[in-house]
Design a protein around this ligand. Structure first.
Ligand code: HEC
Ligand code: HEC
Ligand code: HEC
Ligand code: HEC
Length: 230
């Protein structure tokens, strides 16, 4: 019994040591921890300003609802039973050296920016019974409000076509390594038939095992080297 307790204690200490030192081995998905939505900043109950306002403690509700999802005013993101007010900010987009200017946010990027624009209230989502917005007013501030001041020129380009025609500079999509839970690592998002880089190419809003909701580790800039050959 004593030995078992001691072994258990050693295992625990080992686990803490590993997580404290952030021993994530880039390229070894088995070493990537997994952290569910409930334990992340995407559980709005964990965001101090809006504590306690989600009916029935429904962690998914600010983003999804099974029925009567909040109507999609511009028809751009009528997907994944999206249940949050949409950003209507007109962003200034990044232009790359190759001359590509990102298209304004569409699809999943528009979903992210509906909270991360620093304008749209994070707690303004659809009431599942009426389909009307609940009318929250908490706005995100600081460095996590990625699209603040309508500016996306200081952020990695999104809404841009992946240059599969430049194989010396960009890895083939088929060679992207696995990420958290050994699932897809970085990925391209097809919108209007074009394979693009969007927020969800690098982030998974549901799993914060790697921190910053990343799909693959940032250590050794591993995430960057999934696409860029440098
Ligand atoms: C902070 C917002 C947010 C929360 C909270 C959230 N999701 Fe999502 N979810 C998204 C976004 C954004 C997408 C679109 C992702 C994409 O296109 O890759 C998505 C996509 C999905 C999808 C379809 C694509 C996929 O990844 O399987 C499912 C299913 C889903 N969510 C389920 C859930 C469930 C269940 C919960 C609650 C436990 C939840 N989500 C909580 C933002 C959220
Ligand atoms: C319903 C609102 C909402 C939506 C939609 C949303 N987020 Fe968030 N997100 C938040 C809040 C609130 C925080 C915590 C902000 C803070 O602490 O300042 C956060 C934090 C984050 C963080 C920092 C996590 C960390 O480890 O500290 C990242 C990265 C992030 N979100 C990415 C995304 C991406 C990518 C999407 C779209 C796929 C998205 N979010 C959609 C509300 C949202
Ligand atoms: C090409 C990959 C990539 C794309 C595309 C991308 N991000 Fe990120 N993002 C990252 C990485 C990597 C980090 C972590 C940086 C670090 O920890 O040093 C990050 C960090 C963040 C953070 C946390 C910032 C902080 O200071 O804590 C937020 C919020 C975020 N991203 C949201 C978004 C949103 C919203 C989009 C789409 C508009 C987006 N990201 C597109 C790679 C990306
Ligand atoms: C999912 C694939 C992907 C990932 C992951 C990724 N990038 Fe990119 N990156 C791109 C694409 C595509 C472009 C735009 C290429 C073009 O249009 O010339 C780009 C553009 C850039 C540019 C601007 C180049 C220019 O011409 O202005 C820089 C700098 C950059 N990425 C750095 C990074 C860094 C640093 C990381 C890791 C934190 C990263 N990227 C992760 C795909 C990716």
């Amino acid at each position: 019994m004593k030995a078992a307790t001691r072994l258990f204690a050693c295992v625990l200490v080992g686990m803490f040591a590993a997580s404290a030192l952030g021993q994530i081995e880039p390229g070894v998905p088995g070493s990537y921890p997994s952290v569910a939505v409930k334990e992340t900043p995407h559980n709005l109950n964990n965001y101090p300003a809006v504590t306690g306002t989600i009916p029935g403690n429904q962690v998914c509700l600010p983003c999804h609802t099974p029925h009567n999802a909040y109507p999609d005013p511009d028809g751009q993101i009528h997907q994944v039973l999206w249940n949050h007010e949409e950003t209507d900010v007109s962003f200034t987009m990044y232009t790359t050296l190759s001359g590509q200017t990102g298209s304004g946010p569409d699809g999943p990027s528009k979903m992210c920016l509906s909270c991360h624009d620093g304008v749209t209230a994070v707690d303004n989502y659809g009431n599942p019974w009426t389909g009307e917005l609940v009318g929250g007013t908490t706005v995100m501030t600081g460095p996590r409000a990625i699209g603040r001041d309508a500016n996306l020129t200081d952020d990695h380009p999104i809404g841009i076509q992946y240059p599969a025609d430049r194989p010396a500079e960009y890895r083939a999509e088929t060679s992207f390594d696995p990420g958290i839970n050994s699932g897809p690592g970085v990925r391209l998002v097809t919108i209007d038939g074009v394979k693009r880089v969007e927020c969800t190419s690098c982030h998974d809003p549901h799993n914060n095992g790697l921190g910053r909701f990343l799909r693959v580790p940032i250590q050794e800039s591993y995430i960057c080297l999934q696409c860029h050959i440098k």
